[in-house]
Write a protein that binds this ligand. Structure first.
Ligand code: AMP
Length: 293
């Protein structure tokens, strides 16, 4: 792949809107990939989809303070703008939007967006207010970019489910596309936070995906979900030094505790290591069929 020599870095909201308004008036479609940067293959796969489907590809890089709680890793979140710009350009991004915190939040806002039940489970339980912050920045970004289609990774399955509800409930113009999780060779879900693992933790961390895959297999063999949760939890406990935040099975995408055949099932896990917390998940059909194993 050749670098997109024409990729433009834009830091001002007004400038980006100016550029995109003109192009959109000419009937060109926009695919959008919001990120917090420190790009990896997962982010670049979202770009690949956007590049395939749309005339213009916009990526944003913004480490959004509104979605980090006190004591979380906002300051320590890895950042490397120059490397990100090279990777984004090579992947085919046309406009890389990198606003400052001041540009996005010039004054304190007294209006909050409060997601419902879906945001109280899994990461929402251990990170209160996290999804409020995610929706706040996304509403702004969707209004700034006005994308035809926005791409999100299944690694953050709860986030994706909440965003789908948000877009549907508020008639936002963008459509949302789900992109499967991109993994390292040993199965660990790619994440900007993986660099914050100690070496031994990095080796152990592949056990999370292995445990989820084993859990899926047991589920399709007919083991009840509560048992499957225990099996996955035990495997992670035995094979890593991390502390489990949760291992939980829910209906997907509603994230309800009750299951029905119109939805899939997610087993989601969050594990805390010394300096970082990792999440992963696996999706299963509620219809147990050998073909699914
Ligand atoms: P982040 O920069 O972590 O906020 O992620 C930006 C987008 O990339 C989100 O839609 C994530 O779900 C997605 N993403 C992050 N990691 C992966 C991955 N390993 N595979 C696919 N998508 C990912």
């Amino acid at each position: 792949m050749n670098a997109n020599a024409t990729m433009q870095i834009v830091r001002s909201i007004a400038e980006l809107q100016n550029i995109l308004n003109t192009k959109q008036r000419d009937g060109r479609t926009v695919g959008f990939v919001p990120t917090m940067g420190f790009l990896h293959e997962g982010h670049l796969t979202l770009v690949k989809h956007a590049r395939r489907d749309h005339d213009i590809v916009v990526m944003s890089i913004f480490v959004n303070p509104a979605q980090f709680g006190p004591g979380e890793d906002y300051e320590a979140y890895p950042r490397d703008e120059q490397r990100d710009a090279e990777l984004a350009s090579t992947a085919g991004v046309d406009y890389l939007f990198i606003p400052s915190v001041k540009e996005m939040y010039p004054h304190p806002s007294s209006i909050r967006i409060l997601p419902g039940e879906q945001a109280t489970r899994l990461c929402g339980a251990s990170r209160p207010g996290h999804f409020d912050g995610v929706l706040k920045v996304l509403l702004k970004l969707f209004n700034i970019v006005d994308p035809d289609e926005s791409y999100f990774g299944m690694k953050d399955a709860q986030q994706l489910a909440i965003i789908e509800t948000f877009v549907r409930d508020f008639n936002l113009r963008t459509t949302i596309s789900r992109v499967p999780t991109v993994r390292e060779e040993d199965g660990l879900a790619k994440s900007s936070r993986n660099v914050r693992l100690e070496k031994s933790e990095r080796n152990e961390a592949s056990a999370i995906n292995r445990a989820l895959v084993a859990g899926k297999k047991r589920y399709y063999e007919g083991v009840p979900l509560q048992e499957v949760e225990k099996i996955v939890r035990k495997a992670i406990e035995n094979e890593t030094s991390g502390t489990i935040d949760y291992v939980t099975a829910l209906a997907y995408p509603s994230l309800n505790e009750g299951f029905n055949q119109t939805e899939e099932v997610i087993i989601a896990a969050a594990v805390k290591f010394t300096s970082t917390r990792l999440i992963d998940n696996i999706i299963m059909s509620t219809i147990k069929d050998e073909k699914n194993v």
